[in-house]
Design a protein around this ligand. Structure first.
Ligand SMILES: [Zn+2]
Length: 277
């Protein structure tokens, strides 16, 4: 529900995107604590004496005051001051790539004007963590699992999504059905001609560990190998694409950076000539 037009609203808000508008203005997309996502016009933002200089930038948490506008959902900023600037996200490229994806996902999927406090708290907690610690694939996967939970798309890992049979603690190998949104037992894969993604017990254990914690620091301690990251990428990437219908370019870039090491670069250099033949 949108507030009436021309009222003044005050909220904490995270900067998701800043785009230039006309000669000197900006349109800023926010995730707010009180009203979901919203966009504000900042007139004269890039003028040398603008009152808004240094008051907001990507990944900042700010205190935001704005006039509500019913038309075009483009509200007018009145005041803005930074609460957390997170300068490391301008220096540490892995964390910056992860933050870009997390903010992009929020901007594309969270509705305008609808209070979404759990999703706001989730994004705030991830940005705060990766502003102080280098991001890893673990934190990205944990964010996605929590995000899916809040969207009502919590991947089902305890029982088969097709027949409902409980998955044992150590199931050997299993499969994951992205359309069904969870694990699927061998009998159902055979009898229902599904084409799910194969999944070992180690992948199930990792997903369960991330699903089982609300603390991003604990999620960061659950580490996965490059090979495991690729399998989880398939499972969660497939789930996000199928259910949220998103173009996932920011996700691909973030994961490539989070799994990047000089060894992977050398491996690519060594394998690339033969792969082009
Ligand atoms: Zn089944």
């Amino acid at each position: 529900m949108h507030p009436p037009a021309n009222q003044i609203e005050k909220t904490r808000a995270i900067v998701l995107r800043v785009i230039p508008y006309s000669q000197t203005s900006h349109i800023v997309n926010w995730l707010t604590a009180n009203s979901g996502t919203l966009a504000t016009l900042v007139k004269g933002a890039s003028r040398p004496k603008s009152a808004y200089l240094g008051q907001y930038d990507l990944f900042y948490t700010c205190e935001l005051l704005y006039y509500t506008r019913a038309r075009n959902h483009l509200h007018m900023i009145r005041e803005c001051s930074p609460i957390h600037a997170r300068p490391q996200l301008r220096v540490e490229w892995r964390s910056a790539a992860c933050a870009s994806y997390c903010c992009d996902l929020a901007r594309r999927t969270i509705p305008q004007g609808v209070p979404q406090r759990p999703l706001y708290a989730l994004l705030e907690s991830v940005l705060e963590l990766i502003a102080h610690r280098v991001a890893t694939p673990s934190i990205l996967f944990w964010y996605e699992l929590r995000f899916l939970e809040q969207m009502g798309l919590w991947p089902r890992l305890d029982s088969c999504v097709s027949c409902g049979r409980t998955v044992p603690a150590n199931p050997g190998s299993l499969s994951f059905d992205t359309a069904g949104g969870g694990v699927v037992c061998k009998a159902c894969v055979r009898s229902r001609a599904l084409t799910p993604i194969g999944m070992g017990a180690d992948i199930l254990a990792l997903l369960r560990a991330w699903q089982g914690t609300e603390d991003p620091k604990a999620a960061l301690r659950v580490r996965c190998s490059d090979g495991q990251a690729r399998q989880i990428d398939q499972i969660l990437g497939g789930t996000m694409t199928y259910h949220l219908d998103l173009e996932m370019a920011a996700r691909r870039i973030a994961l490539r950076m989070l799994t990047f090491t000089p060894q992977t670069l050398n491996r690519k250099r060594q394998t690339s000539p033969s792969s082009t033949v």
